[in-house]
Design a protein around this ligand. Structure first.
Ligand SMILES: [Mn+2]
Length: 327
């Protein structure tokens, strides 16, 4: 059932051994909301552990919080009486972390993805929230003092999920929350330096390969590019290194919908969709088995060729663009 934040907080207080899980292929908000909630619960006096199925990208590891997140394997010997899933629109997003809890569903979910249908026992989802870290900040304010470390952890999710304070989700409320975290001692520059100014030369060479693939449709309003398995291998990169690439496509003049295809080494294709001002890409992604937000969404395909996925997704995105352009 859907719950209020007060009901969620009451449920969390009853936990004796709490497991907080974020989505696989973690981004800044997944790391921030897992590490932030673990920190809040521990400071409140509860036992809490954080888990994410995939490795944390290396450039987040210099920031506080990453060390609070373990792999499912590291936590297998522990037992938990309360499971919380954060920043995930459906249960499939948590990957192999589902082995850590009994039954089919987590006790609590906290999220901000518009496509979330509420897959836990108690669910809280606010699509107007710019980041799940904003929701964790509200929980923090109800339970513990916010110190410099907690502020730094929570600012990560807010900064990264808003494209460093430039997406339409950024209103006064977001800037006020960020300002408070900065007052508590957090540094935006530290996050920007770790996330935006840390690309390896290999990653820049991979980006150059991706730029060469950019293809336009609908008179330049729909743009897409791809990173093949070969491009990853030949540049010595992994799919983690493609973080931010889709934003480079969206930055192209005149583009409304930007799509990045990444053929990861396991033969899977991950698709990131972004829009600039009016196309709801969460609808496009949801129709393809994925999910997300109106301006940022994604989906994944297994055992499919890159070419076939590009054809299928671009066709769906062009249809979505035409539909929303008529509105
Ligand atoms: Mn998020």
């Amino acid at each position: 059932m859907w719950a209020t934040l007060e009901q969620i907080i009451d449920r969390l207080k009853q936990g004796r051994a709490i497991l907080v899980i974020g989505h696989a292929q973690p981004d800044g908000d997944a790391i921030s909301s897992v590490a932030g909630l673990v920190t809040v619960l521990r400071r409140y006096g509860l036992s809490a552990s954080g888990c994410i199925a995939d490795d944390i990208p290396w450039y987040y590891k210099s920031l506080p919080g990453a060390d609070l997140i373990a792999s499912p394997r590291e936590l297998r010997a522990h037992s938990f009486d309360t499971t919380v899933v954060v920043d995930s629109s459906d249960i499939d997003r948590i990957g192999e972390a589902d082995v850590l809890f009994e039954g089919d569903v987590p006790d609590v979910t906290l999220d901000h993805h518009r496509t979330n249908r509420g897959f836990g026992r108690l669910n809280y989802c606010d699509p107007d929230s710019a980041a799940t870290a904003m929701i964790v900040l509200d929980i923090a304010r109800a339970l513990v003092p916010v110190d410099r470390e907690l502020a730094q952890i929570l600012l990560l999710g807010i900064a990264t999920d808003t494209g460093f304070f430039k997406y339409p989700s950024v209103g006064a409320h977001v800037l006020e929350a960020a300002a408070q975290l900065v007052q508590h001692g957090a540094s935006i520059q530290r996050i920007a330096s770790a996330v935006l100014e840390n690309r390896s030369l290999n990653t820049l060479r991979l980006l150059a390969r991706m730029f060469d693939t950019i293809t336009l449709r609908e008179e330049g309003k729909v743009a897409f590019g791809w990173v093949s398995k070969e491009a990853l291998q030949e540049t010595g990169c992994t799919d983690q290194d493609t973080e931010g690439f889709v934003g480079e496509i969206r930055a192209l003049h005149g583009v409304e919908v930007a799509i990045l295809f990444v053929e990861s080494s396991e033969g899977e294709v991950h698709v990131s969709l972004r829009s600039k001002s009016f196309v709801d890409v969460s609808e496009v992604a949801a129709a393809l088995g994925g999910g997300g937000h109106a301006r940022a969404a994604g989906c994944s395909f297994k055992k499919a060729s890159l070419d076939a996925v590009v054809d299928k997704v671009v066709t769906a995105a062009v249809q979505g663009f035409r539909k929303d352009a008529r509105r």
